[in-house]
Design a protein around this ligand. Sequence first.
Ligand SMILES: [Zn+2]
Length: 260
Amino acid sequence: MRFESPLQLILPFLWPKPPSPARKAERLVVTDADSAYAVTVVRHPRARSYNLRIKEARREAVLTMPRRGSLREARAFAERNAAWIGARLKRLPEPVPFAHGATIPLRGIPHEIEHRPLARGTVWTMTRGDAAFLCVAGRPERVARRLADFMKREARRDLAQASRHFAAMLDVRIGGVGVRDTESRWGSCSVEGALSFSWRLVLAPPFVLEYLAAHEVAHRIELNHSRTFWRLVDRICPERHRAEAWLKAHGNGLHRYGAG
Ligand SMILES: [Zn+2]
C-alpha cells in the first residue's frame, strides 16, 4: 500500500481514496459443447457485479468483477454464459490478413492486395479499370510487414497533415503526431500537445480521420468534452456527427484488418 501523505496514515478512513490502482488481470477458460473460450478477468474497484463483454479487437471475452469478488464466482458466472460468449464471438467479422488476394480499405476505398515478387520497390497503389490494388514487392514472408509499415506511414502522413490544418485554424501549437495500434480509443492529446492516433483511421473514409484530428487538436484549447469544446470542434469540422455515426457503425470492424 502506498500513502500519498502522512495524514493518510492518521486518517485512513476520512481521506479520499487515491486514484484507482492498476487493474489486475487473470485468465480462465470456459467450455461450451466442443468449444473452449479464454476469458480475461479484470478486478475493478468500482464494479458492483460480474459483467461480461466481448473485446472485438482481440476477439476475446472480458469479465469485470468487484475488487473483493471471488474468482470462483467469476468462473461460475463465465461458465453460465459460455454459450453467449460463443455466439458473440461467432458473429464477429472474420479477420482479414495482409496477404495476397485479400481486400482491405485504404481511405475508405477497397483495395485488393497483389503480391509482385519480382517487382522493384516496396508498396504502391494502382488502379485497373474500376478496381484499386495495393501492390507489394519482395519476398512472400515480408508482404504483411511491408504492408503494415506502409499503412502506418500513410496514416501518419494524413493525420499530421489534417492536424496541422486544424491547428492553424484554431491558432494553436501542436507537438509530434504519432500512430499506434490502440484498441479502445482512436486518438489522444497529451498536456504538452503531442497527438497520438490509431493507424487504422487511414482505413476509414477521409472525413472520419479528419474529424478525429479536429477533435484532438480542439483539446489543445479545451481539455474536456464541455459544450465549449464541441462548439470548437463543430466550427472547424462540420462533419462531426456524420463521422461519429460512421465510427459507431463501422469503427469496430476496422480492427479485423492485418496484424497489430
Ligand atoms: Zn476527446
